[in-house]
Design a protein around this ligand. Structure first.
Ligand code: HEM
Length: 109
């Protein structure tokens, strides 16, 4: 069963542009990680300043291996910025199991 790890990061308005720019230049290493299934960066539309970094994995172990490995460390090497280093306390990591999942029926779009 797949699992989902969502990192919810509060980003003040004046830092959103820089934050999104950083993700445009992200390492791109997660795609090549064993057990990785999906990534989406979700921009808040209303009522919150929390961006969601949605990731899906084949197992908890696969996520933990990535999170404790060098690719994660490199992807979060902030170079002094207050938005990238994992030292920030303005984030929450949410863990879920995928119970159901679907997409559009092929041939209907
Ligand atoms: C305080 C904690 C965190 C902050 C502030 C943060 C912020 C960022 C930023 C700004 C980037 C873009 C690359 C860069 O500029 O460094 C990034 C990359 C990424 N982050 Fe985080 N992050 C945090 C922790 C996490 C956690 C716990 C997850 C787990 C879901 C996660 C998932 C990702 C992924 C998948 C990427 C892309 C890596 C790649 O392209 O290989 N982040 N993060």
């Amino acid at each position: 069963m797949s699992i989902v790890k969502i990192n919810a990061i509060s980003v003040p308005k004046d830092k959103q542009e820089r934050f999104e720019e950083r993700f445009r230049g992200r390492a791109g290493a997660v795609e090549a990680t064993e057990g990785f299934e999906w990534f989406e960066l979700l921009r808040p539309q209303e009522g919150t300043d929390q961006y969601l970094v949605y990731t899906r994995w084949s197992s908890e172990e696969a996520y933990r291996a990535w999170e404790s490995g060098q690719d994660f460390a490199r992807a979060h090497d902030g170079g002094g910025s207050d938005l990238a280093p994992a030292a920030s306390d303005s984030h929450h990591l949410w863990s879920y199991e995928v119970l159901e999942s679907t997409g559009p029926k092929s041939g209907t779009v």
